[in-house]
Design a protein around this ligand. Structure first.
Ligand code: ACM
Ligand code: ZN
Length: 523
């Protein structure tokens, strides 16, 4: 292992996630302000502009673009990509120039991300006017089609500028899906024109619990709020699109909806009054499943959401919905009786299936947390397996698509080191090497059903993350480990090599990008 490490340490190629095939040679290409950026195909203009923006931001110059190939240039859209798939690319650096090709513009974008990771990182304050890039030939394509990170902006709100930075970082590590958790008990964060009180009332809580003072409860006495306007959301969606990232919005139902109930008390079983949550956990007050005007409300909200987000998938939550209120609500009980349902689990299933029909009628599909399996799965739903691998296994066995987000390997809100040495977190223990060891294909799943596993996602629940610095600390570098899990063939991965690449290059890049990453694996 020591030998392997020292061999790896000599490499000048320290890309994360590790590409499928890397052939390194001696020598370098010097990228300077006189290098031409050749765009062979007009459809790659956006990728060229992205690369120039990056150079401007971190090196202080841009390249002149051209359609004519000459020596000493970086050519976008040249050469054959050997690997299969829309996201495949090749990147060839010679002493004379760089050739980049992909099966689609997404592949070209990923080639540029690999190229970005090959650029020397200036020491802080220094400027580099000639960038030495090692001669190398790379062929690359992802292992999984779905490579996601999630961000909870309900418990704590992070503004659009931070969300863009979060998306920028995801793009550098070839993630392609951002799951934006927009509604919670403690705050509704998306402007809905038809229901202005959702943000006027539902985006603000009167205070926030201090630490873990649940009982006796202790609050900080300071109102807390925030939300995104629809204009901001449209802007972020476009920003993500330019980085080949799809945003999946999540509108939680029927649970985790106390903020919505506070804004419009008729949505709950008791009619309220309600109060936006000030502490963490699971609340008994949820949408009433027996009241048709609740469905009208949800459908109207989803209309605006689907107008803002072009994603194929809309996440409808479905997790952690207590049945306490439903059990004593005459409307809910009447629904159970009228439809001949067995119990409240089936009532939840009715709720989700009714919403699924609506979403499907608009040409979209739902994703739900694995509780949507209980009481019967909606016909076309994709399941996000979070309580373990079991939900994912059960869904795949029923021939439903699955995204794996089991707590044991992908919950980035868990501690990453000895809790006594770390800032307060929700609990758990998930060091970088455990994330790295994850296999999204559950061992118990038959190989004939494995293709239902679309990929995996890291979840970032923010109860205890009040600042952007702390979010970055929890996400990085663990998100690099997960990026390699979902991108790199399992047979090529190795933790020692991952550490070497992090120490040689990724730590410098994270510094360059002003990321407040956790230092443990760099020490
Ligand atoms: C979840 O962590 N409640 C999906
Ligand atoms: Zn009810």
């Amino acid at each position: 292992m020591l030998l392997a490490q020292s061999t790896l340490a000599q490499s000048r190629i320290n890309i994360v996630p590790l590409p499928v095939s890397v052939t390194e040679h001696s020598g370098s290409f010097l990228l300077s302000p006189t290098t031409r950026l050749v765009v062979k195909d007009a459809s790659l203009q956006k990728e060229a502009a992205y690369f120039n923006d990056y150079l401007q931001q971190f090196y202080g110059f841009t390249l002149q673009t051209s359609t004519e190939t000459g020596s000493g240039s970086i050519v976008l859209g040249e050469g054959k990509t050997k690997l299969e798939g829309d996201e495949a690319y090749h990147l060839e650096v010679s002493r004379k120039g760089v050739k980049i090709g992909g099966r689609t513009s997404t592949g070209v974008f990923y080639a540029l991300q690999s190229l970005i990771q090959l650029l020397p990182v200036p020491d802080s304050g220094a400027t580099l006017s000639a960038l030495s890039i090692p001669v190398v030939s790379i062929e690359d394509a992802p292992r999984f089609a779905y490579r996601g990170l999630h961000l909870d902006v309900g418990r704590h709100f992070f503004n659009a500028a931070f969300v863009k930075k979060f998306i920028d970082l995801m793009a550098h590590y070839k993630y392609n899906t951002f799951h934006w958790h927009l509604t919670e008990d403690q705050g509704w964060r998306i402007e809905i024109k038809r229901y202005p009180l959702l943000t006027q009332v539902g985006s603000v809580r009167k205070e926030t619990m201090i630490g873990k003072n649940f009982n006796p409860y202790k609050g900080d006495g300071t109102p807390y709020g925030g939300f995104y306007t629809q204009d901001e959301i449209r802007d972020v969606v476009q920003y993500a699109l330019a980085r080949h990232i799809t945003i999946i919005p999540e509108i939680e139902m029927p649970g985790h909806s106390l903020a919505a109930l506070t804004a419009y008390p008729y949505l709950g079983c008791t009619g309220g009054p309600y109060e936006v949550g000030t502490k963490w956990g699971v609340f008994d007050d949820v949408y009433c499943a027996g009241n048709d005007s609740v469905f009208t409300f949800v459908e109207n909200v989803l209309d605006e959401v689907m107008d803002l987000f072009p994603s194929k998938y809309i996440h409808i939550g479905g997790d952690e919905c207590p049945k306490t209120r439903w059990k004593t609500c005459p409307k809910c009980q009447k629904r159970i009786h009228d439809l001949g349902l067995k119990d409240e689990e089936q009532l939840q299933s009715y709720f989700i299936q009714r919403i699924e029909k609506y979403v499907n009628s608009k040409g979209r599909s739902i994703i739900g947390w694995d509780e949507i399996l209980e009481g019967g799965l909606s016909p076309n739903a994709t399941v996000m397996s979070w309580r373990g691998e079991e939900g994912g296994i059960a869904a795949a066995q029923q021939h439903h698509n699955v995204i794996m987000t089991p707590g044991k390997w992908t919950y980035l809100d868990h501690y990453q080191a000895d809790p006594s040495t770390e800032p307060l977190a929700i609990g758990g223990f998930l060091p970088v090497d455990t994330v790295y060891s994850y296999n999204p294909y559950p061992a118990a799943l038959a190989s004939t059903e494995a293709h239902y596993i679309l990929g995996a996602q890291g979840n970032v629940w923010t109860e205890y993350m009040a600042t952007t610095d702390y979010v970055e600390y929890m996400v990085y570098p663990r998100a690099l480990a997960l990026a390699e899990v979902v991108w790199t063939p399992a047979s090529l991965r190795g933790y020692p090599g991952f550490l070497v690449r992090n120490r040689a290059q990724q730590g410098k890049l994270l510094k360059l990008w002003h990321v407040n990453y956790a230092p443990h694996i760099f020490q």
